[in-house]
Design a binder for this molecule. Structure first.
Ligand code: PUT
Length: 291
């Protein structure tokens, strides 16, 4: 912290830093897994930071939460059982709750401090935990998935932090294999997949692993100004079974009963944004094979 500005730098984006002006530090703590910080910023509302990396701000969280939830759930008809890995702030749960077809939402978050801090400082996200369809499991997702019955879920959403610290195992092959096993035939995975500007090697590795495990793999992205480079990607994968055309939502949000009349308006996602998210720049198509 210098002149009440926080600078975020990390080996995941060497040679650059992004910064936010701090109005007030609201919480600083160290959990069993990571350092947790919440502050009021001058221009993006409250900010949640884990191990020095911005996870969300009140101003732009809508883009990430809405896209990571609705890209998969609007790509299949009538999703019923959904698993969220990570997502302890509750924002993804809030978005899943727009889908009236969903009967069960399991969430496995490793760090209880993230949940507690979100409930205190980010009620607009943590409201997601109030949905009666939500079952919270605090623990290791790798272990949770190992004990999950085969074919249980229609969709799995991995809302993890970056693959440093507690999320390191979440970009490795055994993890994706347990997800594929937990999905029904034709079920879908949406996995946070970093920045195309900064992490083409990591994206390539994730895509290569997923191609060995899933029958289709696609990359989509959205603009989130407070994430490094201002962009975040999503890997969309489906298991063998009924084929999934991710690029053309078969379950459009505009036609879902109650989805737009939710307690909170959609701010970012719509069917146009869904289709546009799969348009990829030339450099990414060149640098990452199979896109
Ligand atoms: N779950 C938040 C993702 C952060 C990516 N840097």
């Amino acid at each position: 912290e210098k002149d009440r500005v926080l600078y975020f730098n990390n080996p995941m984006w060497p040679g650059e830093a992004h910064s936010l002006k701090v109005e007030k530090i609201l919480f600083k703590g160290k959990s069993e897994f990571q350092e947790v910080l919440v502050f009021e910023s001058a221009s993006y509302g409250k900010v949640l930071v884990l191990d020095g990396i911005v996870q969300l701000t009140e101003k732009d969280e809508c883009a990430y939460q809405e896209m990571i939830a609705h890209l998969p759930l609007c790509s299949i008809k009538s999703p019923k059982k959904v698993l969220v890995v990570g997502g302890g702030d509750g924002g993804v749960l809030r978005e899943i709750s727009r889908h009236s077809s969903v009967e069960l939402i399991d969430i496995c978050e490793i760090d209880k401090m993230v949940i507690d801090v979100s409930k205190k400082y980010f009620p607009d996200l943590a409201i997601g935990f109030e949905d009666p369809r939500v079952n919270l499991h605090v623990g290791d997702a790798v272990e949770f998935l190992r004990n999950t019955p085969e074919g249980k879920y229609d969709a799995v959403i991995v809302d993890s932090s970056d693959p440093v610290g507690p999320a390191i195992e979440l970009v490795e092959k055994p993890f994706f294999a347990t997800i594929a096993r937990a999905l029904r035939p034709g079920g879908v995975l949406c996995n946070m997949a970093e920045s195309m500007w900064l992490h083409t090697h990591l994206i390539q590795d994730m895509i290569s692993i997923c191609r060995e495990t899933f029958s289709s793999v696609h990359y989509a992205w959205a603009s989130v100004p407070t994430y490094p480079s201002g962009a975040i990607g999503f890997l969309l994968c489906s298991t063998e079974g009924r084929s999934v055309d991710f690029k053309h939502p078969v379950n459009p949000i505009e036609k879902l009963e109650g989805a737009l009349q939710h307690q909170r308006e959609l701010r970012f996602y719509n069917s146009e944004m869904h289709k546009a998210a799969f348009a990829l720049p030339c450099f990414l198509k060149r640098e990452v094979s199979c896109l």
